[in-house]
Design a protein around this ligand. Sequence first.
Ligand code: DGJ
Length: 729
Amino acid sequence: MSVFINEKVITLHTKNTTYQMAVNENDYLAHLYYGARLDDSVALTRGKVGYHTLLPLAYDGKNRELSPAVCPLEYSAYGCGDFRTTPLKVRFADGSSVCDLRFESAKAVENKPTLRGLPALHDQNAKSQSVEVCLKDKVHNLRVYLLYTAFEECDVIAKSVRIENNTGGTVVLESVLSTALDNYESDYDYISFVGKPHFERTFSRVALEDVKLVTESRRGSSSHQANPFVIFCEKNATETMGECFGSAFVYSGNFTASFEKTPIGTSRFVMGINPENFAFTLENGESFQAPEVIHTYSNQGLGQLTHNYHNVIRKHLFRGKYANADRPILINNWEATYFNFNAEKLLAIAKEAQKIGADTFVLDDGWFKGRNGDGSSLGDWFVDEEKLGCKLNELIKNINALGMKFGLWFEPECISENSDLYRAHPEWVISAPGRTGMLGRKQWVLDMSNKAVVDAVFGMMSNILDNNNIEYVKWDFNRYLTDVYSTALSANQQGEVMHRYVLGVYDLLERINTRYPNILIEGCASGGGRFDCGMLYYSPQYWASDSTDPMNRLNIQYGTSFCYPVISVGAHVTASPNHVTRRVTSIKTRSNVAMAGTYGFELDLTTLTEDEIAELANETKFYKSHRELIRTGDYYRLTGNTERYMAWQFVAEDKKSALAVMVQRISHIDYKPHILKLRGLDKNTSYRIAIDGVELEGVFTGTALMQIGVPVRTIKYEGDSTRIEITAI
Ligand code: DGJ
């Protein structure tokens, strides 16, 4: 049992954590506790006994000394004395926006309900337990349902919110955030993952001062610039110690996450759909489902927090054929040819790729009608046979004859002005009346809030997918939303477009997943511009960045690793010098970094020497012998991202094998050997160590490897890398 409803105290337990709330005497739902697991009796007693003395009451006429501005609340609405960021703001039919939420009921729920039209954690792989709490504004009869689910083994609490309008009139939702997390403390650091194209998810850690810290996107997608995943933690928290709280939003559109310190020294964290340009009209009887937030807590530092996220995403967010299976090893033609290819060239690359162990050939942008540059043809999803020099089927047949699968690129949400689709349906573009609008990468965004558009794109994609043996789709999205307006919605619904857009994208993704269960979708957005838990529900891997320079990728993959499992990180070995940075790096380092991801290739293999092909073949052989460990193992960051070298480690669940990788970031002038302290091993087990395939003499206990470490002499200069295999004897 992980959910207890005891009179007015509600407790959710996971293996190592407890989340607890209680109804106070003014019927507010107060937040009591989120932290290390309390044993059941303490949890229940504390709620009953300690709570009244701990929690200030609301100033509602009964007690004039205290107000909701200081009471730790589970969820509150604008207008009734909570002056912190309130998750809910409603405008009622009478024009008022005062909404006072008080507890109405709570019930345990056995199977986790799905969230209509939205991605969310599922409990297919292990039972979860949920509780649904109902809060109500009595004056208007508006109900708010808070759903909490405990994923016991992963130490995760998922939270979401549904609003039901039974007011008898129209209600406009102006803000519906998905979670609020109040805390008695505020002496925290705030960690977020900021960026830009080629520098996605860069780790940023700042102290919470007397200002509000905000992470947000207003770009229509979760974006390169901000990621819907943040952490707050004790100031001294490290990889291995300290309290940390993580929040990941299962959503791919505009979001906000903010963390504020109150004047009395408590703090509030909120996360949800960004209220900017959001106004959702609910007629009487209608409801609104807000997306889910995945919370976790660790008192053993950031490393444990990462394990919790990796586990819950692998077990309860990924779905379908590849949720729990080795991923294909791709050769993608983008950095090899860009738009300049024909079937002959593609096949020549595929033949070399087969020699180095790739199993899937992916044809990227440029295969459809007249697409020879980025200025035309998006929306016309018909094969350009003239350019290819053959039918798509023939190319696929030849690729399949090499024993390889075939994958294809789409950018379903966008449209070029120079396209038949645009000429036929200019009204399907997101653009505001009377304005020229802002082009992005020479293209417009299709109005995915309009079902007719989703139907049309699905029809064109199905036509290709039904008639060709395609087993992988790369789903790209190369611009943000501007000039937001939909011709399919009424004037007073225009504040719904951004959210309905995301729902339309999810609808299309779901339809493709349902109809083609054998197809693996890899997400992409000008690199890793929409890498979030929402997209991972439909596409269990995501192209992390268009920067494929391994030295640059170190940072990107470091930041990405805090929340997202290694197997979700699209990463390829590409050419040297790199296409973005011109940096020259070895095949070994390019491979080592790509192996901290899905591993694959994206370069013109026909230009490589025989020795280079042989080296890549060896790298693939090594990857194949460790791919299960990399996909399913616990991932450890052994260093930060600013030291002279960066290192990481995968440890198998049974702790019988592990693999550590180390890359030199800055040349090592004094030649002192690095001592790499490993983590996660079994203290008493004896292990053999091989550094770059050369076995060290002797055997070493887990304790020695973790406390003394492994001396590594093989890397000295910027860009050198090494790998250490650890095997139990
Ligand atoms: C942006 C992606 O990130 C690239 O990998 C590639 O697919 C291009 N788009 C194609 O236009």
